[in-house]
Design a protein around this ligand. Structure first.
Ligand SMILES: [Zn+2]
Length: 399
């Protein structure tokens, strides 16, 4: 399917000062719905269950998303083959189907299609720059053939790998956005957010920022540090944030991966729609104009971003048809004490209870401190053996 001819591109929109609302996290949403397997987190659902992927795109579009990101997270050939994950489909098939689905739904509204690449097991296994770049190039060939509107390199823990990705994506001449999954402490080699921002802009990214691993508050803070670094270096860029929809005040530099609740018991940490409105405002005030989400974000979270920024954007999303601003729909609730909640200050001041009497409010991160180059991170095609699993259980119990 061809792109719609009359749409403004991503840089035209941002250069004009428009707010771009991103979409939410596909792997987490589709895992809960039974279409993605936690562990590999690979997106073969684009071929296996296209209707599930299409529906999720539609929900985000209806919530106000201006970008349909291709569901190609971890769709590099090396990841698809990693650790015995049986592949019935080729990487090309998965990537092509993802582009078609994103384009189909984008054309139902004013949204753009962004082709996305993410960090590779090859990099963590210390493969060479040429080998890692060849992996990105293979996905990129599909994005070029399918004529996506722009490209996103996202979810990188090491700025070096993100630079390599940007250099490859840049060669197409399409606009490039790059986001790292790091916090204020910097990338996993300790390179500061400010320096990471400078390196990504110098590599050719026009939009830089942060995605995944941390809550909105932490991500906005980290993007601010990036922005300061970029401005201090006399460079120019647009800024982007796509955080988790989970509160992570207790995280270390590895983000939510190190929380004991990752990934199957994170629900008590989910942000409310009102938390999301606060995030949208804080991001906007920080000068971030590409505002979206990552893991944990559902359509109602994206709708909350669109609603908070409706005055600046000049319109409500279609999904607001079923949502009264600040709970105003409750004015017609049967119970009078619920009708009394139809006001902004009620929801803004509320401290939601978790309903879990024996649970702590914070956790202690695992902090194994393992990253690129460590033997336990080397890429393997076979599944981890029972013997190897036993050793891991013992190590975890001692920590
Ligand atoms: Zn994520």
């Amino acid at each position: 399917m061809a792109p719609a001819a009359n749409k403004k591109g991503i840089l035209e929109r941002l250069d004009a000062g428009e707010i771009v609302i991103g979409d939410g996290g596909f792997v987490f949403a589709l895992e809960k719905r039974g279409y993605v397997k936690a562990g590999p987190w690979t997106p073969e659902a684009t071929v296996e269950y296209p209707e599930a992927v299409r529906q999720l795109h539609r929900e985000f579009l209806r919530a106000g998303s201006d970008v349909m990101q291709t569901f190609t997270f971890y769709a590099s050939d090396d990841k698809l083959e990693n650790r015995g994950h049986a592949q019935r489909f080729t990487g090309t098939q998965i990537n092509e189907a993802a582009c078609d689905l994103a384009r189909e739904v984008a054309n139902e509204g004013n949204a753009l299609v962004a082709g996305g690449v993410s960090q590779t097991p090859a990099y963590l296994s210390c493969k060479s720059e040429d080998e890692v770049k060849a992996i990105f190039k293979k996905q990129l060939d599909v994005f070029v053939k399918k004529d996506v509107d722009f490209l996103i390199a996202e979810y990188f823990e090491h700025v070096e790998e993100a630079e390599w990705a940007v250099q490859v994506l840049k060669a197409t001449g399409k606009p490039v956005a790059a986001t790292l999954c790091i916090g204020p402490e910097g990338d996993l080699n300790g390179i500061s957010p400010g320096e990471c921002g400078v390196r990504l802009v110098k590599a050719g990214a026009q939009i830089v920022g942060i995605n995944c691993h941390f809550d909105p508050e932490t991500c906005v803070k980290t993007v601010k540090m990036m922005k300061e670094g970029v401005e201090k270096a006399g460079l120019k860029a647009h800024y982007m944030s796509q955080p988790l929809a989970y509160h992570t005040p207790d995280c270390n530099c590895q983000g939510f991966i190190d929380l004991p609740e990752f990934p199957f018991s994170l629900e008590p940490r989910i942000l409310t729609r009102w938390d999301m409105q606060k995030y949208a405002r804080e991001a906007y005030n920080a000068g971030i104009r590409y505002i979206g989400g990552c893991c944990g974000f559902e359509a109602y979270h994206i709708r909350a971003l669109s609603e908070e920024l409706q005055a600046e954007r000049g319109f409500y999303p279609a999904g607001s048809e079923k949502h009264g601003n600040w709970g105003s729909g409750l004015e017609i609730h049967t119970k009078p004490w619920v009708r009394a909640r139809a006001r902004r200050d009620y929801w803004e001041k509320l401290k939601p209870a978790s309903g879990r009497p024996f649970c702590p409010s914070l956790s202690k991160p695992d902090s194994w401190g393992i990253t690129k180059g460590h033997a336990d991170l080397m890429q393997k095609k076979e599944a981890t053996s029972q013997e190897e699993m036993k050793a891991l259980f013992q190590k975890a119990d001692k920590c």
